[in-house]
Design a protein around this ligand. Structure first.
Ligand code: PHB
Length: 391
């Protein structure tokens, strides 16, 4: 069955028809994503990946799936209200999605209390798989510390020792920069300054960039995503900073999802991430071809997280689990070879374990592309206070 990207984004209920009906009852999935606000494009991309994942793997699930969508608007109180609606009114069996760490923090207790499994398909909030871990919260995307921790020693190895950090002022920005600063200084580097810019409100990065320039740093390390990433990268370039201070970041900064909107300003930026579409493996090549055929665009890390969330759900459903504690337990044992490499869930925290890639955005024959600089070994977070109750 063929659908357009627009069809995926606007359809209210799809999914049941995508998968052959089977003997078991259908599983009702609440997709909780931002379809508006600063991360709207990310939500739509995760949705497209999720639908493709159900299309690709769902036939083997032994059940069918129905999707109900709700828009978090990237606002924690809205996300919480929508999670309650999905659980209490729509009576979903499982939820998937959540882009913002702030929204994840807001919905954690309601998910845990209602015992409805949540497959986190983006939000990296460390606490959700650390001290506030839950048997019902299983993350297939990444954690904020997992992406950034390996970059500290890697940058010191490249000879960079003085760095200024910049990120939006909310949980994800703070966790990413704190983890990077910790591993960078442990490897011998020095953080010469840091700024947190108001989240969802900053349009002019000029005053912050001026401070970074005056700091004597050799490089900036940053995290921005979505609309903020586009403005930040363009302004960094137009302020003429790129020539004097290299720009390094958590790889969402130059996501294939919006790198074309950044244009030449993105060239030369070096970042770390759990997925790059240029990984030359049979599994990834097949995924890239399928996603491109479906949507007309190169898949990003957001598409992969949606796709792998659907696959994890199918793998768990194959055990016969169709909701509650049984489905949550099956999700926390999932492991497979996906587009990003070998992915498994650490049952001690319910966070994903996966390799991290360092890539540079470069000009290619068909526009900007991702040049792989290093594949770093699988990153597994410490329990960070997580004492996983058995469900
Ligand atoms: C987060 O809030 O956890 C977050 C949002 C967007 C990203 C990465 C992390 O690209």
């Amino acid at each position: 069955m063929k659908r357009t990207a627009t069809g995926i984004a606007t359809a209210g209920l799809i999914g049941a028809a995508l998968v052959a009906p089977a003997a078991a009852d259908e599983i009702k999935v609440g997709l909780l994503l931002p379809y508006s606000g600063v991360y709207a494009a990310l939500g739509t991309e995760i949705d497209a990946g999720f639908v493709l994942g159900l299309d690709t793997f769902g036939e083997d699930a032994g059940t069918s799936f129905q999707i109900v969508r709700e828009d978090t608007e990237v606002k924690p109180p809205v996300g919480l209200a929508k999670a309650r609606k999905l659980i209490l009114q729509d009576r979903v069996d499982v939820m998937a999605g959540i882009v913002s760490s702030g929204v994840l923090a807001a919905v954690r207790d309601v998910v845990d209390g209602a015992e409805v499994p949540l497959i986190v398909a983006n939000a990296g909030n460390d606490i959700a798989t650390g001290e506030a871990c839950s048997p019902y919260v299983v993350r297939v995307s990444f954690s904020n510390s997992q992406i950034n921790r390996p970059m500290g020693p890697w940058m010191v190895q490249q000879g960079i020792t003085k760095v200024y950090t910049m990120a939006p002022d909310y949980a994800a920005g703070r966790q990413m920069m704190e983890t990077f600063a910790e591993s960078f200084t442990a490897a011998g580097g020095e953080i010469v300054g840091a700024d947190y810019t108001p989240f969802r409100k900053t349009q002019d990065f000029g005053p912050y960039l001026a401070q970074a320039k005056a700091s004597g740093a050799e490089a900036v390390f940053a995290f921005y995503a979505g609309g903020e990433a586009i403005s930040f990268v363009k302004q960094y370039d137009s302020f003429g900073l790129k020539a004097d201070m290299g720009l390094y970041a958590s790889g969402f900064l130059t996501s294939p999802l919006y790198v074309e909107a950044q244009g030449p300003a993105a060239e030369g930026i070096v970042t770390s991430l759990h997925y790059v579409p240029t990984l030359d493996t049979p599994v990834n090549n097949a995924f890239v071809a399928a996603f491109e055929a479906e949507t007309g665009r190169t898949p990003s890390e957001y598409a992969v997280a949606g796709y792998d969330a659907a696959r994890a759900l199918v793998e768990a459903a194959k055990t016969g689990a169709d909701g509650g504690a049984a489905l949550a337990a099956a999700l926390s044992r999932v492991s497979f070879e996906g587009p990003r490499g070998t992915l498994s869930i650490d049952p001690a925290t319910n966070n994903v374990v996966q390799p991290i890639y360092v890539y540079e955005t470069v000009a290619g024959p068909e526009g900007l592309t991702q040049k792989l600089l290093a594949e770093l070994p699988p990153e597994q977070d410490a329990p960070n206070g997580c004492e996983m109750p058995t469900n």
